[in-house]
Design a protein. Structure first.
Length: 303
């Protein structure tokens, strides 16, 4: 086990867990926050791309560039809807529903990648569905309420997050620096027509410091730590670390902002975490099955 890689991943997931807390302190609307975040993160990643010399080793592929563009669009929409969710509901509820994304990837993977549906897959989907219903129904089904809109935005963000993960599987030749930098540029272009620039004039110095932090730290540094560490760690370890992000977010929301949840919401959150655990079991089961099939069909190469 690479201890440095484990530490990097823990730091990355812990930092990202505080993104909701910082986003609320910026005082910017969701779209304007994502756009300015793309600028600071893009500059940081471009410098890292050049300084590390990764730009010299790039292997540009036309088909892969198409996936990078699609992945970039999905990623920026994922951010916009997540930050909109933070504006309208508690960070705890938003980040919990946001982590339905791995479940969505698991479900979609059965159709796109022909992965077998196991008992863990069915169980994970069922438990997460029940948990989502508990959270959604805790305050009643009042479509016009801000809390309900926040719940809907969280689920939409999870959909785009899962699309980002699925599309990201097709990107293998381009370096992490180039991929993430291009995604920032795509975000700038896609959101530019919708930006209200007077929003940046209305925030103060402290709010600008939080805004810059979300760009450089929560995006630039986190991306580098995350992608450099996962290449050196087993899938099982990386999968377990996914719990750090929502755990940090929930602790900050309760300890700092003083959020109080209803018992039905707490039960829903617990269900989603349990469902997420079973989704990881299903993922590990599918990985083991693929390895066994490979060893069976390629005995000489394995030996």
């Amino acid at each position: 086990m690479n201890k440095n890689a484990v530490l990097q991943l823990i730091i990355a997931m812990s930092i990202f867990g505080s993104v909701g807390f910082f986003s609320n302190l910026t005082g910017l609307p969701a779209i304007e926050l994502v756009w300015i975040r793309c600028i600071f993160a893009g500059v940081f990643l471009c410098v890292a791309w050049i300084v590390t010399g990764s730009f010299k080793r790039e292997q540009w592929d036309r088909k892969e560039l198409f996936f990078i563009v699609c992945c970039g669009i999905a990623n920026v929409l994922n951010w916009v809807f997540l930050f909109k969710a933070f504006e309208m509901t508690s960070i705890t509820i938003a980040i919990t529903l946001y982590h339905l994304a791995p479940i969505m990837v698991l479900a979609v993977g059965t159709f796109l990648f022909k992965e077998k549906m196991t008992k863990f897959t069915y169980l994970a989907i069922l438990i997460c569905f029940i948990g989502t219903m508990f959270i959604v129904g805790a305050n009643g089904f009042h479509i016009s309420s801000a809390n309900w809109k926040g719940i809907i935005y969280s689920i939409i963000a999870a959909c785009f997050y899962s699309a980002t993960m699925i599309l990201g599987k097709s990107i293998t030749k381009t370096t992490v620096y180039a991929t993430t930098f291009l995604q920032m540029v795509i975000g700038l272009i896609v959101l530019l027509p919708f930006i209200h620039f007077f929003s940046y004039q209305a925030i103060g110095t402290s709010q600008w410091s939080y805004t810059i932090t979300t760009g450089i730290v929560h995006t630039g540094i986190v991306y580098i730590l995350f992608f450099s560490s996962i290449r050196q760690l087993p899938t099982s370890v990386v999968s377990f670390m996914i719990f750090i992000d929502p755990a940090v977010a929930i602790l900050l929301d309760i300890a700092v902002t003083g959020t109080h949840l209803k018992w039905l919401q707490l039960l829903g959150i617990l269900c989603i975490f349990v469902g997420l655990f079973y989704s990881l079991k299903a993922n590990n089961y599918n990985t083991d099955a693929r390895q066994k099939n490979y060893m069976t069909s390629n005995p000489k190469r394995v030996g």
